[in-house]
Write a protein that binds this ligand. Structure first.
Ligand code: HAM
Length: 417
């Protein structure tokens, strides 16, 4: 029987991987410019971390966790997101004593969702978390960094921004919202009805067309923020204006995780279809304390790499691939031996090169050179070794020029070009 990959978990093949390396290299470079440092935490964590951190009422914890008992001893799970694990590590290693921290991470996350375009069961996030700064300046800087990141990759995405209030203003609003929605149960879908008591904010995010006109009239928390949340929100929008970051304030934006307070935001793209969010984040000031640490404000975001790859692919252009500069073709055994030595020499000089280790017919070796996209071919055989001269063939124009074997490395070394 043929064994296939697991549903919703994808292989990433060499033709695509260049795009991923590009997004990762850009993240490392840019986030470094903003003072973020990398952190790596395990893929497996205690189930309780996400139950307490992400929220027991969320879809993620209720329906989507890959949870398992480790030999009947502990309830563990594959991480569905990165924030809770980074917060756990932050607390466990006492990073708070060093003052504000800016951290970033990359890696696979797991949610047992129904797979569709842009939604998978194993997916990859690039995320950041900034701890220890309650001031709106960090919200502004972080959102601007994400905007900058997407611009560097040439991705056009629209930024929606909201404030989801805090413990001072949200409870009274939620009570009113529940009552308001309760009066309109008949007009709302079953999912909405199920959420009114449990998680009324999520009702606002319902995509069912018949619910839309009803929800468009629902009371907005944004209009009932307490003075502190209101001031914070205004400072964030003013900061984004000052940096020239375009955004739309959307009072209906809610996020799928329960830890957010105040700032919540998402970047979305039309290229994605139904799963339009390419990145999302927000402020989660109570989370460090909820997970047993000292009161420490926090704010972060995560980008979905599969979705980013879809947008980049839709924008056209093949994924970047590293092609060999030089391909050695051997005419005989002596040439094949020399090719290995010369290839090693060129690689030491930083020149990407390759050869067909099967040897054999010249035509097949040239075909392989073209298949891997080499720029130049050098034919080596007993005659070339005797004369110390070889032919350098330009595989694009087919032109041939003589080259001294002793000058090969210098001819192609990056500094010489
Ligand atoms: P999230 O909105 O759940 O937030 O996920 C962030 C991004 O991950 C989404 O915008 C999307 O691009 C991608 N994503 C989520 N689920 C899937 C899936 N099933 N398949 C493919 N891509 C997916 C968080 O995870 C928060 N931890 C973000 C954050 C960091 N908030 C504060 N700090």
């Amino acid at each position: 029987m043929k064994i296939t990959g697991v549903k919703g978990m994808n292989d990433l093949l060499p033709a695509e991987v260049g795009r991923w390396q590009q997004m990762e290299a850009t993240a490392r470079e840019l986030f470094g410019l903003y003072g973020y440092r990398e952190v790596r935490t395990p893929v497996v964590e205690h189930h309780a971390l996400f139950a307490r951190g992400v929220g027991t009422d969320t879809d993620i914890v209720q329906k989507e966790m890959y949870a398992f008992e480790d030999k009947g001893e502990e309830l563990l799970c594959l991480r569905p997101e990165g924030t809770a694990g980074v917060v756990r590590a932050f607390i466990e290693h006492g990073l708070h004593v060093e003052g504000p921290q800016k951290l970033y991470y990359l890696g696979p996350m797991f949610r047992r969702e129904r797979p569709q375009k842009g939604r998978y069961r194993q997916f990859h996030q690039i995320g950041v978390e900034a701890f220890g700064t309650a001031e709106p300046a960090i919200d502004v800087e972080q959102i601007a960094m994400l905007d900058d990141y997407l611009a560097r990759l040439g991705v056009k995405a629209a930024l929606k921004l909201n404030s989801v209030g805090d413990a001072a203003c949200r409870p009274a609003y939620l009570a009113d919202l529940r009552a308001w929605l309760g009066e309109r149960r008949a007009e709302l879908c079953d999912d909405c009805n199920g959420r009114i008591e449990r998680n009324p904010l999520r009702v606002l995010d319902c995509k069912v067309p018949t619910c839309q006109p009803v929800l468009a009239r629902a009371p907005r928390l944004l209009e009932r923020l307490c003075p502190a949340c209101d001031a914070h929100h205004r400072a964030v929008t003013a900061g984004l204006d000052a940096l020239g970051v375009a955004y739309a304030v959307d009072g209906r934006l809610v996020r799928g995780l329960d830890y957010y307070i105040r700032t919540a935001y998402e970047f979305s793209s039309d290229a994605l279809g139904a799963q339009s969010a390419v990145a999302g984040g927000g402020r989660y000031d109570p989370l460090v304390e909820t997970l047993g640490g000292p009161p420490t404000p926090g704010i972060g975001f995560a980008l979905g790499q599969e979705r980013l790859a879809l947008i980049l692919a839709a924008a056209g252009g093949p994924a970047p691939v590293r092609r060999p500069e030089v391909f050695f073709v051997s005419a005989d055994e002596a040439g094949a031996r020399e090719a290995l030595v010369r290839a090693a020499e060129l690689r030491r000089a930083g020149v990407a090169c390759d050869l067909d280790a099967r040897g054999g017919k010249l035509a097949r070796q040239f075909k392989q050179a073209e298949r891997v996209g080499a720029r130049w071919a050098v034919v080596l055989g007993a005659a070339e070794l005797a004369s110390g001269q070889a032919k350098l063939k330009d595989l694009a124009t087919r032109e041939e020029t003589p080259v001294a074997l002793s000058a090969l490395a210098a001819r192609f070394a990056p500094a010489a070009r």
